[in-house]
Design a protein around this ligand. Structure first.
Ligand SMILES: *Cc1c(COP(=O)(O)O)cnc(C)c1O
Length: 425
């Protein structure tokens, strides 16, 4: 496809966009009285207008029913989380029984490690990507220490080759082979938060299994962004947060996937709580834990309904839109942004560089741009002029043209502001 760097052309793309109407469903901050160009939906998604009604409903039920809300609320609280199973299952490619919502992301990774990191004898090593999101690094180190190992020995990192920004699949597969029968667990971020690289979850999962390891994924930047088939890909477990691409609000609840093949395994360790107990007998207050069969059996506490309400609003919007339509627009608008960046780079002969893979199969809704020359002042210029992006050391801005609410005209406008910013430095 040949794009054009003009406002008319961008408007034409918006006119052809089947998802364009969703832009109006979101609340945008303003800078200088003007709606911003929002590129940080990979960090905190915008608030959908429909969300408030979901929260108000819980507030009203609480006011009117108090404790009776557990059973008689508009959406009763005691099994509120079950409303997520079907639509969220579709978003991540899982059976309803394989997904649940609870806690927050890092907490859930810890809980899942209790079940799925089972070091013993020769087999105790964990493979993860170098420069993983810090919370994942701290989580893994503390888990490894908890089991009595030294992180330097037990955590094997997948490195980028000298001079390259992304990790090659062939290098991942070779490393899995190399660690071989010492490998207990592979745990990687499905989409790298820094570069936006999308990993081949299916192939890596199969390779990990072949080596005799279990394979889990942190899908913080993947849920609601890429096509996932967690069940068919035979992923053992996964977790994600809901406040990035899934627009559920700051610090909000996490989703978990636990493959069906593990549901009946009573030998798995788990840190239990009453909300994971046999649903029919939960309120009999019995002394012995009898887990619900399915991902809900990993529940611990009764759920924070006020946090789940915005997440449910979001999941329903995703169910309406469907991942296929979302991905079609995602690829188009990301390619258009890439085109605009190249155009502006040529016009002002700037030395910035896109470090996200150009292969559409290895990227999703994010382009990370290394600002070789311009650096921090350019970032500040963008922010002051209504382009909300983020800065990652040493010199990278991340741009996520989120398909639900970014427009092609935004991409054009961004290009013009970027050009001004570079010229005025
Ligand atoms: C955003 C993100 C987190 C954040 O974890 P919380 O527990 O929700 O604070 C963790 N890991 C990755 C890979 C992330 O991108």
């Amino acid at each position: 496809m040949t794009f054009q760097n003009t406002r008319d052309y961008a408007r034409q793309l918006d006119a052809q966009d089947a998802l364009a109407k969703y832009r109006d469903e979101f609340l945008f901050p303003k800078v200088n009285g003007k709606q911003v160009i929002y590129f940080t939906g990979n960090s905190l998604g915008l608030q959908p207008k429909r969300t408030k009604a979901f929260v108000d409903e819980v507030m009203d039920d609480w006011a009117n029913l108090a404790v009776e809300g557990h059973f008689y609320a508009e959406k009763p609280w005691w099994d509120y989380h079950e409303r997520f199973a079907a639509p969220l299952g579709k978003i991540v490619g899982a059976k309803p029984s394989e997904v649940t919502v609870m806690n927050t992301l890092t907490v859930n990774l810890h809980l899942l490690m209790v079940s799925f990191y089972k070091p013993g004898g020769k087999r105790y090593k964990i493979l993860c990507e170098a420069k993983a999101f810090p919370s994942d690094q701290y989580m893994l180190q503390s888990q490894v220490r908890f089991h009595g190992y030294d992180p330097k020995d037990a955590i094997v990192e997948l490195e980028r080759r000298e001079g390259e920004h992304n990790i090659r699949l062939e290098d991942i597969l070779a490393k899995i082979d190399e660690v071989g029968d010492e490998l207990a667990l592979v745990l990687i971020g499905g989409v790298n938060y820094y570069t936006g690289q999308v990993f081949d979850i299916k192939t890596i999962t199969a390779a990990g299994h072949k080596a005799g390891a279990l394979v889990g994924w942190d899908l913080a930047h993947a849920a609601g962004n890429i096509k996932l088939e967690l069940h068919d890909w035979n992923v053992d477990f996964a977790a994600w947060c809901s406040y990035k691409y899934m627009n559920s609000g700051p610090g909000n609840a996490s989703g978990c996937f636990i493959h069906e093949k593990h549901h009946a395994d009573k030998t798995l360790n788990r840190f239990a709580g009453w909300w994971g107990h046999n649903k029919a007998r939960r309120f009999k207050m019995e002394p012995d834990f009898d887990p619900v069969e399915g991902a809900d059996g990993w529940q611990v506490s009764n759920l924070p309904i006020l946090s789940l309400a915005p997440y449910l609003a979001s999941v329903e919007m995703f169910a309406e839109v469907g991942m296929d339509a979302l991905i079609e627009k995602r690829d188009r608008i990301t390619s258009y942004l890439e085109f605009i960046l190249h155009e502006i780079g040529n016009e002002v002969s700037s030395s910035f560089e896109i470090i996200t893979p150009s292969d559409p199969f290895q990227r999703a809704s994010q382009l990370s741009v290394f600002l070789h020359g311009e650096g921090r002042p350019l970032f500040d210029y963008l922010m002051k002029n209504g382009v909300i992006t983020d800065w990652r050391e040493p010199n990278v801005i991340r741009l996520a043209p989120v398909p639900l609410y970014c427009s092609f005209e935004d991409m054009y406008d961004f290009g013009q502001i970027l050009k001004q910013g570079i010229v005025s430095q």
